[in-house]
Design a protein around this ligand. Structure first.
Ligand SMILES: [Zn+2]
Length: 167
């Protein structure tokens, strides 16, 4: 049994797609499994993932620094210069939808293949660089048409809130 982490978001759906907003405080070079060495500029990133079950546990794992690196993202989030600052989740989107949306709003795949080894849709990566100064409003997916609202958690606020999509 693991200790509960006070920064673990609550109220996330059990399954669906999620997007971590990650702040990288300085440029880093990482050795990332089979991808090899990647150079990541400082700034904001979106990491898009999905879970068929246990989504909250998956996110909690992302937010825990001490762990054995298994996914590409573990290498980034284990770095002291990286910080996950927000997570949002959707039940009616896929990780590829979220990656495409990020790319469509000015994001770039600076590490091709990062997080997308098992992608079947041809995303260049599931880690998208959003630039040095990231504005949240620039890249919000359109309001969900499903009754399930996206759930936001932000480290700064330290609590989870449901966002009412604006019509
Ligand atoms: Zn994809």
């Amino acid at each position: 049994m693991e200790h509960s982490n006070p920064s673990v978001p609550r109220k996330l759906p059990a399954a669906g797609a999620y997007r971590l907003t990650i702040r990288l405080w300085r440029p880093v070079r990482l050795s990332v499994g089979r991808l090899g060495r990647v150079s990541l500029p400082a700034g904001a990133y979106y990491y898009c993932g999905s879970a068929r079950a246990n989504l909250p546990a998956r996110v909690a794992r992302h937010l825990r620094r001490a762990k054995k690196a298994h996914w590409h993202i573990d290498h980034l989030l284990g770095h002291p210069a990286a910080e996950a600052i927000e997570v949002r989740a959707w039940t009616d989107r896929t990780e590829c939808d979220l990656a495409a949306q990020a790319l469509g709003s000015g994001g770039r795949a600076v590490a091709v293949g990062f997080g997308s080894s098992d992608c079947r849709r041809g995303c260049p990566a599931h880690l998208i660089y959003m630039g040095k100064t990231h504005r949240q409003s620039r890249s919000q997916p359109r309001p969900s048409r499903s009754p399930c609202e996206p759930v936001t958690w932000s480290r700064r606020q330290g609590r989870t809130r449901s966002k009412q999509p604006s019509a």
